[in-house]
Design a protein. Structure first.
Length: 308
């Protein structure tokens, strides 16, 4: 029910890499059409395989077009992971067709595999008509203005996505503004990951204005975003109003004592937030004591910056 094809998992991986002289890029740029077609034909007939994982596998370059062709008609596969793979331009185009037509995929992971393509916005546009994919991983793809606008437009229309991961995409405060405006209209998204971007305090304020209106989002990650006390004040004001957010991370930002105190005051009013990632902004002991004084029980957590 699950197929995982990762070069790193091969039992003879050392010999495999040595046989390739340490560089995949030295290989001819022409995929093995016969091998690609074999997997594609198998997927067309497949009725039991649910998950296909090519995460960081060079093999995907061979199989990707066959996979896309098969997924137009495949009625079984629910999870596809192409993260970290070297896709071809026509594969990116074919993925758009898959997203528009396929009615079975629930999870699509495209982490670090679209950054080099100028037409990746076509994939995001395809989500406007997709009604089944619930989890979309777009981490590490270097999004820019117009591409982020397309994602925002998609969020105002799409009624399937529950989780969207935009971590590590160099998003600026203006990009976050587009996403924030979409959140005001979105009624489906529950988890939004925006860590390791450049939203700064202004971007955090945009998101918080949206969350005063949005009544669906349950988890938000704004860690590593250069947010200062002014941005945290906006977060605190939002928490006084918002009644749906359960998990929030604002750790590893530029938050001082004033910002921490604003959060504590907000949490005296807010009773729905259960998990707070803020440990590195104030020592765990200090934060715990402040929460106890506020008679507020909440789980403090911290994640690794490279916890993918």
């Amino acid at each position: 029910r699950q197929m995982c094809i990762r070069d790193r998992d091969l039992s003879d991986s050392q010999a495999y890499y040595e046989s390739r002289k340490g560089s995949f890029e030295e290989e001819p740029d022409t995929p093995d059409d016969e091998e690609s077609n074999l997997l594609g034909e198998a997927l067309k007939l497949n009725k039991s395989l649910l998950k296909l994982d090519f995460c960081y596998s060079d093999k995907c370059k061979i199989y990707s077009n066959g996979i896309c062709e098969a997924l137009v008609c495949n009625k079984a596969l629910t999870h596809l992971n192409l993260s970290g793979t070297h896709l071809k331009e026509n594969t990116v185009e074919n993925l758009g067709k898959v997203i528009r037509v396929n009615k079975k995929l629930k999870t699509l992971r495209l982490r670090e595999c679209l950054a080099e393509f100028d037409r990746k916005a076509e994939i995001f546009t395809a989500f406007k008509s997709n009604s089944t994919i619930e989890i979309l991983d777009l981490k590490l793809n270097d999004m820019y203005g117009d591409e982020v606008k397309v994602i925002a437009e998609m969020l105002t229309i799409n009624r399937a996505l529950i989780e969207l991961d935009l971590n590590y995409n160099n998003l600026e405060s203006e990009d976050i503004k587009y996403i924030s405006e979409a959140l005001k209209a979105n009624r489906q998204l529950e988890r939004l990951y925006l860590s390791d971007n450049r939203s700064r305090s202004q971007g955090a304020s945009h998101i918080c204005e949206a969350l005063k209106v949005n009544k669906k989002l349950k988890e938000l990650d704004l860690a590593y975003n250069y947010i200062e006390d002014e941005g945290v004040k906006a977060v605190a004001e939002m928490l006084k109003i918002n009644k749906t957010l359960v998990t929030l991370s604002i750790e590893q930002n530029k938050i001082e004592t004033e910002g921490v105190n604003c959060m504590i005051e907000a949490l005296k009013i807010n009773k729905t937030l259960k998990r707070l990632g803020m440990e590195e902004n104030a020592s765990k002991a200090v934060m715990k004591k402040k929460l106890e004084d506020a008679e507020r029980t909440i789980e403090l957590f911290s994640r690794s910056r490279y916890d993918f």
